[in-house]
Design a binder for this molecule. Structure first.
Ligand code: SF4
Length: 554
């Protein structure tokens, strides 16, 4: 019997295929609800359901879950049913539950809307928005217009889960007249959660198909389509015998979901080592683009590297209209494929001189932030013709308060202002806009004159080196500082495991390590890492300058 749970329609269809294919060894697929629970969803759900259970006339079935108990609660006309068990919808191929049911107060017979709790924000600002409704958990059936908000489409998956529950309620004869479903998101700001109500028949989800082009569809339409496809996938999979089976209707493609999927060890064996989704990690093509290439006989890096892009575009583009710049994305992927096929890691894409500006005195600059986002280290490398580069750090190894963060930023800025006064042509190099974003953030919330004055130097004195690499190179693994410095400029970090996330752990140890030697070692490690970051920036600058010198000499 094919029964799909509420997560199937929103999940990778290969999971459904594997689960119903008798020739595939069963895995223990991690229930998506468990994953949410590990991600902090349990506490939020418990809090929400406790509040719903306090509503007058509510029936709480969390400790006695059964279809019969749910049936009895419905028959009794409960205002809220917490922890219901819905009867399997065998003809509709559905099973599974929802967190709660809220009775429609306008219906003479007990009829319900499904509710789920989710550990994330589900709405965002939209001026003039009036499609959504909301209600408090204390009076869940008293709906009011939620103004200036819209549903976050990024969270479409939750709507598909609710649409699944809605269809099950319909099959049981318990659904309200109006197709609504409620989500209790977590704003993660300590505020009391409320129910956001979504009309399941309102068309607000933008979809693309070759035949219809762009079209707005409702959550129920989206769900019915995805669920129907997975039922088909399960039916085809369930008759496989291992002998002369037709080609599977879906094939594994490496996507984000694979990272936590219990089927990965099985799916991986079914993928070519040279599979595009495995090998092109930076700016990868999406599932639909990859499926389109597959339909054109291109599955591997070697095949894409050899492909005549101009020749396949007339077939490719009509199927990938869901993407802006689909042609540019394909050409970029093909370029990366050729680089991979030929073992090239960085490739020059420009012919004009790169022209990195230089001054008498230069500063390479890099910040480090703690895991709460506060900036605790401003590192600078002062260099110039005829002078040895000198590393100058401004740092606080402490639990940083807002005032501490401003203080260390002000120290750096005062030092920089003084240097600019002595060397008016000075340039400050950084890689990407991360440093400027933090400088601006701290300037915005402090009234420190040195920070404001340093920020005013940005247009004339600061140079984002990433722009030069982005405009002149393509990297198989992107163009991050680590990639460009090591593979282009030949720079090596002293630390065997350099990285921003690791440095946050070292910072924590530097502040809270068990003893002074441990803390001191961590402090040294952070400073050496930051020093190497700014030395890497210098190495990249010198490498870029050599590119121009080489071209001139050539
Ligand atoms: S490992 Fe990836 S491709 Fe395979 S079933 Fe899971 S999500 Fe789908």
């Amino acid at each position: 019997m094919i029964l799909l749970d509420p997560y199937a329609a929103r999940s990778c269809p290969v999971k459904t295929f594997n689960a119903f294919d008798p020739t595939t060894a069963p895995a223990l697929p991690m229930d998506e609800s468990l994953r949410e629970a590990f991600g902090g969803g349990s506490d939020h759900r418990d809090r929400v359901l406790d509040l719903l259970a306090d509503v007058e006339g509510a029936v709480d079935l969390r400790r006695a879950r059964s279809v019969e108990a749910t049936r009895a609660a419905v028959a009794s006309g409960a205002t809220v049913i917490v922890g219901p068990s819905l009867p399997d919808d065998v003809p509709g191929h559905r099973r599974g539950n929802t967190d709660g049911l809220i009775r429609d107060p306008g219906a003479p017979e007990p009829r319900y809307w499904p509710v789920r709790s989710k550990p994330y924000r589900v709405v965002e600002k939209q001026m003039g928005g009036a499609e959504l409704r909301f209600s408090s958990l204390a009076a869940p059936a008293r709906l009011a217009v939620l103004t200036d908000r819209r549903y976050r489409l990024f969270r479409e998956g939750s709507l598909l889960e609710l649409a699944h529950s809605w269809r099950m309620l319909q099959a049981a004869g318990w659904a309200a007249d109006e197709e609504r479903a409620g989500i209790v998101g977590d704003n993660q700001d300590g505020s009391t959660p409320s129910i956001t109500w979504v009309q399941l028949t309102t068309k607000f989800i933008r979809t693309y198909s070759k035949t219809a082009g762009y079209k707005l569809r409702s959550p129920l339409e989206r769900y019915d389509h995805e669920h129907g496809f997975r039922v088909h996938v399960a039916e085809v999979a369930s008759v496989r015998t291992g002998v002369d089976d037709p080609e599977p209707v879906v094939r594994p493609i490496r996507v984000k979901e694979c990272e936590w999927c219990a089927w990965w060890s099985i799916c991986r064996t079914r993928m070519d080592d040279d599979d595009l989704s495995l090998r092109i990690a930076k700016a990868p093509l999406d599932v639909r683009e990859l499926q389109t290439l597959l339909s054109l006989g291109i599955m591997t890096v070697a095949q894409l590297a050899e492909a005549d892009i101009d020749a396949i575009l007339p077939q490719y583009l009509p199927l990938t209209g869901h993407r802006d710049r689909a042609e540019a994305r394909l050409r970029q992927a093909a370029r990366r494929a050729r680089m991979l096929a030929h073992g090239v890691e960085l490739e020059r894409i420009s012919v004009d001189p790169i022209g990195v500006e230089r001054a008498e005195v230069d500063v390479d600059f890099d910040i480090e932030t703690a895991d709460n986002g506060s900036t605790y280290l401003w590192g600078a490398l002062v260099s110039g013709p005829g002078r040895d580069p000198e590393y100058v750090p401004f740092v606080r190894f402490t639990h940083l308060t807002g005032a501490d963060e401003v203080e260390v930023a002000a120290d750096f800025c005062s030092w920089l202002l003084e240097l600019v006064e002595r060397h008016p042509g000075l340039r400050v190099y950084h890689y990407s806009d991360y440093e400027i974003v933090h400088l601006r953030r701290i300037a915005d919330r402090s009234e420190d004159p040195a920070i404001a004055a340093a920020l005013a130097l940005v247009p004339e004195h600061f140079v984002d080196l990433y722009r030069y690499t982005r405009d002149n190179f393509v990297g198989v693994d992107g163009l991050g500082l680590k990639v460009v410095a090591t593979r282009g400029a030949g720079f090596a970090w002293r630390d065997e495991d350099p990285g921003g996330l690791q440095s946050q752990e070292w910072f924590n140890t530097a502040v809270d390590g068990a003893d002074e030697p441990t803390r001191e070692a961590a402090r040294r490690r952070v400073l050496e890492y930051n020093e190497d970051d700014v030395r890497a920036t210098l190495a990249v600058r010198e490498w870029l300058t050599r590119q121009d010198a080489g071209a001139t000499a050539g």
